[in-house]
Write a protein that binds this ligand. Structure first.
Ligand code: SF4
Length: 184
């Protein structure tokens, strides 16, 4: 049985990819590494949701025991605009996943980010392939977006925490901030 390391950005996005990879006969291990998530309380909510999902689905998830937000912020400073910010964010997470996959002798790595309709799919593919080449491990490309509806249904059935923005402080502003004069 081939082993795949599935980078998990959040529990709802993992529902469909885990289902489909298992159906295809892979032994799936999760990997939670997301230093982009801000603030820390939001990070904890998403982490807890992944732990709940791990228990429901009975599979093993590897967790990074650190929250290196400072490293993530340093890597995007002065490059806070999209698409460059997201490109850096994808690469950082894929490179860590590829490195863990290499050390753990996994056959492949992939990511639940390929489930999202809101990410730049082609840019992610380039970043993941480049991480694969850098660490000498295979990237398993899947367009998980086709299971969008199924994933939502399953995450509701499992009652998983669903976040309202992508993850970083900039995406939180993009989601909620509407320009208005102070003291208006
Ligand atoms: S919007 Fe999402 S993918 Fe882009 S930098 Fe922020 S957290 Fe990363």
């Amino acid at each position: 049985m081939k082993r795949v390391l599935l980078h998990i950005c959040c529990a709802p996005c993992a529902c469909y990819p885990l289902e489909v990879l298992r159906k295809e006969g892979f032994e799936v291990f999760g990997f939670f590494y997301n230093p982009n998530i801000h603030p820390y309380t939001e990070f904890l909510k998403r982490l807890e949701a992944v732990k709940k999902f791990e228990e429901i689905e009975d599979f093993k998830v590897i967790y990074m025991d650190r929250y290196p937000l400072e490293d993530w912020l340093r890597s995007v400073v002065f490059r806070e605009e999209r698409p460059i910010r997201c490109q850096i964010c994808y690469s950082m997470r894929f490179e860590m996943t590829a490195s863990v996959a290499k050390n753990g002798k996994f056959d492949f790595f992939t990511s639940t980010l390929f489930y999202s309709k809101y990410q730049n799919h082609e840019t992610m593919r380039i970043c993941a392939e480049s991480a694969a080449a850098k660490f000498g491990v295979k990237f398993l490309y899947k367009d998980f977006r086709k299971g969008w509806k199924r994933g939502i249904e399953k995450s509701k059935e499992y009652n998983l925490y669903r976040q309202q923005y992508c993850g970083c402080i900039y995406s939180e502003k993009e989601r909620y901030y509407k320009f208005r004069k102070i003291n208006e």
